[in-house]
Design a protein around this ligand. Structure first.
Ligand code: PPS
Length: 284
């Protein structure tokens, strides 16, 4: 447990105690993964909530009922959370889950299953900006301090779920073959319909253009912002103060340019580039 009590240490990672316990994490480790399960994996603030909206629709052929009637944390739960332990038995098949965990901490049974993974990456500068604002409005996270102080913590991995670079690397070094699809937040912002077609093909959903259109329309930023099942307005204000910063805040690419000084940008890029050196992957 951290000195503030807001985080616990799990295999070297800081996890928020508001939604994680030793028991909920142990439940996830022993969770019985089915071949039809789909995991959307993200480093925090990379498009998790968006995937919680998209996945049920791609898997059920575009029926809006679940996304209009079930809160996102019950509909597509976070692996390892207290909620997930409560709702996983009741999820419709094929089940969709989200996770911020690194590859090696997925359930043991995941590795011998045929379950699929969608790994969403987002430009780390935009991730950090989104996270900075999230830390200001979420009372269950430590105060971020100044933007510079938060950047130091982010680069050192002293934030929930550790270093962005370690997360990315863990999900590049695996033996999943064609069980994993890489997609970027930027690609989804630029061409959501195209991204939905890729998801549909990867998951074998065979969606018609009409259904793709319906899903794209429902999952655009403007519409998700008004869906109380997805915009976190059901969370008590003492946990998330949406007046300080909405959860669906801006939903754009490149907001980092409004936050980083040239010096901060240079240092941030130098650290990330050095840690990603030798990795045969590009990132947004
Ligand atoms: S969390 O806390 O890890 O679950 O956060 P996560 O959902 O991964 O990331 C939140 C950011 O995703 C943006 N978002 C969207 N952008 C565009 N279109 C849609 N539909 C959408 N839904 C969520 C959300 O606004 C956060 O980004 P910022 O930059 O803060 O706006």
């Amino acid at each position: 447990m951290s000195s503030s009590g807001r985080y616990m240490l799990y295999h070297g990672l800081l996890l928020p105690t508001v939604v994680h316990t030793e028991q909920s994490l142990s439940y996830a480790r022993d969770f019985s993964v089915q071949d039809t399960d789909v995991f959307a994996v993200t480093y925090p603030k990379s498009g998790t909530t968006w995937m919680q909206e998209i996945l049920p629709l791609v898997l059920n052929g575009g029926d809006l009922t679940p996304v209009l009637t079930i809160p996102n944390w019950d509909r597509v739960p976070w692996l390892g959370t207290i909620k997930m332990a409560r709702v996983s038995e009741h999820l419709p098949s094929p089940r969709a889950l989200v996770s911020h965990l690194p590859y090696h901490l997925l359930p043991r049974s995941f590795h011998s299953s045929k379950a699929k993974v969608i790994y969403v990456t987002r430009n780390p500068k935009d991730v950090m900006v989104s996270s900075f604002h999230f830390h200001k409005m979420a009372s269950f996270l430590d105060d971020p301090g100044t933007f510079q102080e938060f950047m130091d913590k982010f680069l050192a991995g002293e934030v929930m779920f550790g270093k962005w670079t370690e997360h990315l690397k863990s999900w590049r070094h695996h033996e999943l073959g064609d069980r994993i699809l890489y997609i970027t937040y930027e690609e989804m912002v630029q061409d959501l319909r195209g991204a939905l077609r890729r998801l549909s093909s990867f998951l074998g959903s065979n969606l018609s253009e009409e259904v793709i259109e319906r899903i794209a329309e429902h999952c655009c930023f403007k519409n998700m912002k008004t869906n109380c099942m997805s915009n976190h307005s059901l969370v008590p204000q003492d946990l998330m103060d949406l007046d300080k910063s909405p959860f669906l805040r801006k939903g754009v690419v490149g907001d980092w340019k409004n936050h980083f000084s040239p010096e901060q940008e240079a240092r941030f890029s130098a650290v990330i580039d050095a840690e990603m050196e030798g990795e045969a992957c590009s990132f947004p």
